[in-house]
Design a protein around this ligand. Structure first.
Ligand SMILES: *Cc1c(COP(=O)(O)O)cnc(C)c1O
Length: 420
């Protein structure tokens, strides 16, 4: 083979993956670090995949819908890359029921999970020199994707003592004429917060004043179990254009089905110019869209899922979040600014000054995995060093066991001799 042709690949120069830490990457390192202790089964409070626990099962109605569409022979072919018309229509109707205006099918693009919706929205908005405002702590796929698209990332902080609200002053200070959008995640991952209607309105007004769009990650839409109801950002779509991202993954407990959406909540038509719509469609052509039979099942899934199924999930998450909050209070080495009110995760702060031989959150999580077979995500992986992200979508017994091990781990590393 001639030398030089594959030079880039040989040297690896310029082709390495962006240096961002991913959640999956960090967790697999932690998993590999457990010592296979037979007496202690591995308990993961790391990844947000509730299907590991049998109490978090999807509804039979959703499974039946998929089986029926699969068996019909009607959905073995390609779908339009923007999504099947009936799927777009069903998603538009589903989301419109919480909005002061009606979405049309044309506002909906069907994607392979919310992950592809993230990748799609950043790709279609990206242009040379542009930047995007991301929350810290946040969801690392945004940073990873922005880096691949050469979008500059500017992080704004969420405020732990203010229910993890957006620091709007920081957003204003960070934005300039090259800013394309501000990303919010509500209900929040990793913080478990739910934003009030008033706060969402303020975010929209800030975006309007800055002339930017809001990208609203609502993959945990409706998974709110505290005092605040879930309000979709699209409610304020007439203040500033909103791109809403979502999927079946979390609310229907089927992350493996890879069915999500990118929706333009843009009643004033800021982004409705034909060139931009063409750009989205071209991008859909690149992506190809999710499996046709899963798409075809969506109208039935939405129509036939009973309120009781959603209610059961909410109750389980509420119960799990309460166990977490109670257990966290019993461990003086960690603290939580506020109880989770939504989603499946929360952030706790590590009090390193009380621990010996632990250098930081990474060190803490690696030692915990090795010694106690408990997997917890270091805060660094979501942008907040010396915090921990705990996923509580787990069976109560597993949570109690994990916190018990966490407590004895901390006691062992306590600077004070006899614990407390
Ligand atoms: C899980 C998650 C996603 C990805 O959703 P999929 O539908 O599984 O691709 C996106 N954003 C946040 C905040 C998430 O927690």
């Amino acid at each position: 083979m001639e030398n030089g042709v594959y030079q880039n690949l040989d040297s690896g120069q310029g082709i390495e993956a962006p240096a961002n830490i991913t959640i999956k990457g960090t967790l697999s390192l932690l998993m590999a670090n457990t010592n296979g202790d037979d007496k202690k089964r591995v308990i993961s409070l790391g990844i947000g995949d509730p299907t590991a626990y049998s109490c978090f099962r999807t509804t039979a109605a959703a499974q039946d819908a998929v089986v029926d569409t699969l068996r019909s022979y009607k959905f073995n072919g390609y779908s339009p890359t923007v999504g099947l018309p009936q799927t777009r229509k069903a998603i538009a109707k589903y989301l419109s029921s919480d909005l002061p205006y009606e979405l049309s099918s044309d506002d909906v693009y069907v994607t392979a999970g919310c992950t592809q919706a993230i990748e799609m929205v950043l790709s279609i908005l990206a242009r040379p020199g542009a930047n995007v405002l991301l929350p810290r702590p946040g969801f690392p796929i945004y940073g990873l994707c922005a880096t691949f698209r050469n979008l500059e990332i500017r992080y704004y902080d969420l405020l732990p003592d203010n229910g993890w609200e957006v620091n709007l002053n920081a957003v204003e200070a960070l934005a300039d004429h090259k800013t394309i959008a501000v990303v919010i995640i509500n209900p929040g991952n990793p913080c478990g917060n739910v934003y009030t209607r008033q706060h969402l309105e303020k975010i929209a007004e800030t975006a309007k004043q800055l002339g930017i769009a809001v990208i609203a990650d609502e993959v945990y839409g409706h998974l709110a179990f505290g005092d605040k109801p879930f309000v979709p950002m699209g409610v304020f779509g007439s203040v500033a254009p909103v791109f809403t991202l979502g999927s079946l993954s979390k609310r229907w407990l089927v992350p493996g089905w890879r069915l999500g959406w990118l929706v333009t909540n843009d009643p004033n038509g800021v982004y409705k110019n034909p060139k931009f719509v063409e750009r989205i469609k071209k991008y859909c052509d690149i992506c190809g869209g999710p499996a046709t039979f899963i798409q075809a099942a969506v109208p039935l899934i939405i129509e036939q899922t009973k309120e009781a199924f959603f209610g059961k999930t909410i109750n389980m998450l509420k119960q799990s979040a309460e166990i977490c909050y109670k257990k966290i209070k019993e461990i003086p080495f960690i603290s939580c600014p506020s109880n989770a009110e939504g989603s499946m995760a929360l952030m706790v702060k590590l009090n390193l000054s009380l621990l010996k031989d632990i250098s930081d959150d990474m060190d803490f999580c690696f030692k915990l995995a090795k010694e106690e077979s408990v997997i917890i995500l270091p805060g660094l992986a979501v942008g907040l060093k010396n915090w921990l992200r705990i996923t509580f979508a787990a069976e109560p017994a597993a949570l109690e066991e994990a916190f018990g091990r966490l407590k004895s781990f901390c006691d062992r590393y306590s600077k004070q001799q006899n614990g407390y």
